[in-house]
Design a protein around this ligand. Structure first.
Ligand code: BGC
Length: 343
């Protein structure tokens, strides 16, 4: 039985590594040694947005440095598929499960199944609700939302459209919470008029463009500020603004410091982004994933309630970026090169 599990696991490791892309080609010479070590099951909502590829690559590189092997699964934005993939990883005997949940609530099932199998779970970047993950590692996401709203409202008040993220992602609500902490007093004072708001299913840039096209038709083109919660949706919406000659006139926020967003900031069609040092997040996550697999206690300074428990949490600091500090922060931290940014 154990032997069958091991063979299955090795197969999964190889398949997983293949799906990780060229960099993670299995090394036949070291596979025997690796299968005796810690195996980390990595389940991502999607790789569609630039950042997640960096998260994955950095995580895997650090885990391998620590002697662990990663089996990677991409759910392609499908919550049901993600739970099936998590079950598969559990059935293959992974030592720890690292999940970027598509749905904050649906992924609770994967956590329950992992708990039942005695496999620790790390909730990566997004919190899984109503369940018992062992650790949540992310950024201070309420602060991200506050940074976006503070930047915009200190430059322009007036007519605001609020473009939220995926409604089933807990982060989308944390960003909105932070945004409203800043905006609500200004709304109450009559300085800001929210002309509309909408969530954007799957954080899809295409849907964001459609939403903005419809808004510009139904509400009109009189808009001062577009509060977009991330760069992908900002990019989609800016396409719609561009069609109406409004790109660069309407202030637009974002988050992630995607390469295209950084270029838009330099050209002036996006006002700001929030940089989140992914290398620190992914490296730290890989280290704690190995420690969880080894049954070690993880030192965390805070907890976040997820509806079921106070989840031990590690929340890192985000950084506000606009055209004045883009080069210093983004190039300085090695996130994008001067060349890639066209500087
Ligand atoms: C992340 C953002 C990301 C978004 C879409 C959020 O949960 O915190 O960094 O842009 O998901 O993938």
């Amino acid at each position: 039985m154990k032997q069958r599990l091991r063979v299955g696991l090795l197969l999964m490791v190889m398949l997983g590594l293949m799906s990780c892309g060229k960099k993670q080609e299995p090394d036949p010479g070291s596979s025997t040694e690796k299968k005796e070590g810690i195996v980390i099951g990595l389940s991502f909502d999607s790789l569609a947005i630039e950042r997640w590829q960096k998260d994955r690559d950095t995580f895997i590189a650090e885990a391998e440095k620590l002697g662990a092997t990663c089996v990677f699964q991409d759910a392609n934005g499908d919550a049901r598929k993600q739970n099936e993939q998590c079950d598969l990883l559990l059935s293959q005997g992974v030592d720890v499960l690292v999940i970027v949940p598509k749905s904050a609530t649906a992924a609770a099932r994967a956590v329950q199944n992992a708990n039942a199998a005695g496999v620790p779970v790390l909730s990566y970047d997004r919190l899984i609700l109503n369940s018992k993950p062992d650790l949540y590692i992310s950024f201070d996401n309420v602060r991200v939302g506050r940074m976006q709203a503070e930047y915009l409202s200190s430059r322009k008040q007036g007519r605001y459209f609020l473009l939220g993220g995926a409604p089933d992602d807990n982060n989308a609500h944390l960003f909105r919470q932070g945004q409203m902490e800043v905006l609500q007093p200004l709304i109450d004072q009559g300085k800001i008029d929210v002309i509309g708001q909408q969530w954007c299913e799957g954080w899809s840039p295409n849907k964001a463009r459609e939403i903005m096209e419809n808004v510009l038709v139904s509400v009109g083109t009189e808009m001062d500020v577009l509060l977009a919660s991330n760069d992908g949706t900002a990019g989609g919406a800016i396409q719609a603004l561009r069609q109406q000659g409004l790109a660069g006139k309407v202030l637009v926020s974002g988050q992630d410091a995607d390469l295209q967003a950084c270029k838009r900031i330099l050209e002036g069609t996006q006002s700001m982004t929030v940089y989140k040092p992914l290398k620190t997040l992914a490296t730290r996550a890989a280290q704690v994933a190995v420690e969880l697999a080894e049954g070690k206690e993880i030192a965390s300074t805070q907890t976040v309630n997820n509806g079921a428990i106070d989840v031990p949490s590690v929340l890192l600091d985000p950084v506000m970026v606009d055209k004045d500090n883009l080069e210093e922060v983004i190039v300085g931290d090695g996130f994008h090169s001067k060349e890639d940014l066209g500087l």
